[in-house]
Ligand binder design. Structure first.
Ligand code: FAD
Ligand code: SF4
Length: 547
């Protein structure tokens, strides 16, 4: 007998409770309290899966909730110092501000926990009447006659072998006249939508980085509230993009993180190991000494910029925020653009609902994006990523600076608009010809192993459930990836999910799915594109606090 599911209908369904989804939800209710809005979030609560830097450009928040200060938004630490360092192994060279055009300035910005800001935005949305369901991942699309009609939440109570446990509850259908996808970088349903509606056609491939982050508490004497520090160079080799960030905020908090561009070539590279090494630089170690690490996590970040922005709307819905990819890479900022695109899509959806429409493509949103300050924000920095990928850090840095200056001052670029070339999964070189990288052993004070890090992420999944990291061909990790690339999943996964275990019968690929922090790196970087990340049972995943 076919299974019956509960079904609920709304004007607008929103998938994902990050800055994009929450800003969209709030804007919809601001446009009309009569519009019914439901928001699904896979984390156990709003903010539980949000990991960011984060230096917030408050531009979008000012537009969305102008009196956010009076309403008690957790946006308190103003940026007071803005430093940029180039690291060699033993020294940190401060780069003068004159190298960077005004668009790079952090004046007027705030250091926040984006996770906390999302919690607060969630409260604002609920106060306006948005129905928020945390712990409910949108697992499948409802597509009828070529139109997205909503989503189906994940089933509960399915055992690892697929049988239904006593606790089995089928997922619910949430139907909407429009569905906005705000899943963030490499959304699992957004990826399906991209393929189904050809949203990336005629665009450059999306590019990504992996961002790893720790939260520290520093001794008061070392805490420089309002300090923003960005660094590049050591320990990454010249042909690997990425860098370090360190933000001092709140009561002695220090957010320190490391981004590695996922178009790296050396399969021996371990982003987690690079992050740990970066902290041992004398200039950084000094700032952290005597401090205590209290949080850890990782998340992919979009880096493709304007060239990679897909078509945003399709029949019945649209992509908003980093599900489409609006991060300004040189500024390492995406949350303001995520919020603004959420607001633009909400305005288009509200107008459509009020006009009695349903299920068409929200083309007004595509047009509004092109006219918006988001598109301008991204256009000015469009060559930063391609130059970095082509030329390596040393040569690219001055040219990126020059390009951003000419763009900002005269509206022109000497390079036109450069493309990105290959997608990130295609950039690895064979392990045999690549230099092995030796990572120092963790000392337990400044540097740590994956297991103790994972503990701080609060990651938890129901153990008896189907593995949510799906292998198209279970043989590929051992038969192809191991001989060719020394199976890089063992190293790029920041949570130790993938292991190659040597047994008497030969090597075996093991997936410790319960460790997953939902960063999505495996879905992006696996050279065979053999791994698909799907949503696990609701509420599973990290439980970030102050991240
Ligand atoms: C290490 C790092 C540092 C960064 N630093 C900065 C910074 O300093 N300043 C800045 O402005 N930006 C920064 N960014 C970028 C910024 O975090 C993103 O641009 C922003 O979070 C994007 O917002 P979003 O709402 O689109 O997606 P996300 O913030 O990723 O939120 C997506 C939400 O949707 C949920 N979700 C996903 N799929 C589903 C599903 N199928 N069902 C239900 N729920 C789902 C997720 O659990 C999550 O809560 C940084 C990013 C990283 C990784
Ligand atoms: S399994 Fe994939 S999504 Fe999960 S933590 Fe590892 S790389 Fe990230």
């Amino acid at each position: 007998m076919p299974e019956t599911r509960e079904s609920m209908a709304y004007d607008v369904v929103i998938v994902g409770g990050g800055p994009a989804g929450l800003a969209a939800a709030i804007r919809l209710k601001q446009m009309s309290s009569d519009i019914s809005v439901c928001l699904l979030e896979k984390g156990s609560e709003i903010g539980a899966h949000i990991l960011s830097g984060a230096v917030l450009d408050p531009k979008a928040l000012n537009e969305l909730i102008p009196d956010w200060k009076a309403k008690g938004a957790p946006v308190e630490t103003r940026v007071t110092q803005d430093r940029f360092w180039f690291f060699t192994q033993s020294s940190a060279i401060a780069l003068p501000h004159v190298l960077f055009p005004p668009l790079m300035s952090n004046r007027g910005n705030y250091i926040v926990s984006l996770s906390n800001l999302c919690k607060w935005l969630g409260q604002q949305a609920e106060a306006l009447g948005v129905e928020i369901y945390p712990g409910f991942p949108a697992h499948d699309l409802i597509v009828e006659d070529g139109v997205v009609k909503g989503v189906i939440t994940g089933d509960l109570g399915v055992a690892k072998d697929g049988h239904h446990k006593d606790s089995y509850t089928p997922g619910m259908e949430l139907r909407g006249k429009y569905t906005l996808f705000a899943e963030g970088a490499r959304g699992s349903l957004s990826k399906q939508l991209g393929a189904k509606f050809g949203l990336q056609e005629g665009r450059e491939p999306q590019k990504f980085g992996i961002g790893l982050k720790e939260l520290w508490e520093l001794p008061a004497a070392q805490h420089q509230k309002g300090l923003v520090l960005h660094g590049m160079g050591w320990p990454l080799s010249n042909d690997t993009g990425g860098g370090l960030f360190m933000y001092h905020w709140g009561d002695n908090f220090c957010s320190i993180g490391f981004v590695v561009h996922l178009n790296y070539k050396n399969p021996w590279l371990d982003p987690f190991g690079e992050f740990q090494r970066a902290k041992t630089h004398p200039a950084i170690a000094k700032m952290l000494s005597g401090g205590k690490r209290i949080g850890y996590g990782a998340r992919a970040i979009t880096e493709g910029g304007t060239q990679s922005v897909p078509k945003l709307s399709f029949p019945g819905g649209a992509l908003i925020g980093c599900a489409a990819g609006f991060v300004n890479l040189p500024r390492i900022k995406g949350s303001h653009n995520a919020m603004k695109t959420g607001m633009l899509a909400a305005e288009a959806a509200a107008a459509a609902v009020q006009a009695g429409r349903a299920g068409d493509a929200l083309e007004d949103y595509d047009r509004a994006y092109v006219q918006s300050w988001v598109a301008k924000d991204l256009y000015l920095v469009r060559n930063a990523k391609p130059l970095w990928s082509r030329l390596g850090s040393l040569l690219a840095l001055p040219l990126i600076g020059l390009d951003m200056w000419t763009n900002q001052l005269f509206g022109i670029s000497l390079f036109g608009t450069l493309g990105h070339g290959e997608p990130d999964f295609a950039t690895l070189k064979p392990a045999a010809g690549s230099v092995k990288i030796a990572y120092p052993k963790p000392d337990g004070h400044l540097t740590f192993d994956r297991a103790s890090s994972l503990f701080l992420s609060g990651t938890n999944h129901e153990e008896d459930q189907p593995v949510h990291l799906k292998l198209r061909d279970p043989g590929i990790p051992i038969s192809v990836n191991l001989p060719e690339y020394a199976e890089p999943a063992q190293r790029y996964c920041p949570a130790g999910v993938y292991e190659v275990i040597e047994e008497s019968t030969g090597p075996r690929f093991q997936i410790n799915a319960q460790n997953c922090v939902h960063c999505k790196t495996c879905d992006i970087k696996d050279p065979a594109q053999n791994i698909t990340w799907v949503t696990p049972e609701g509420g599973g995943g990290p439980n970030y606090t102050n991240m």
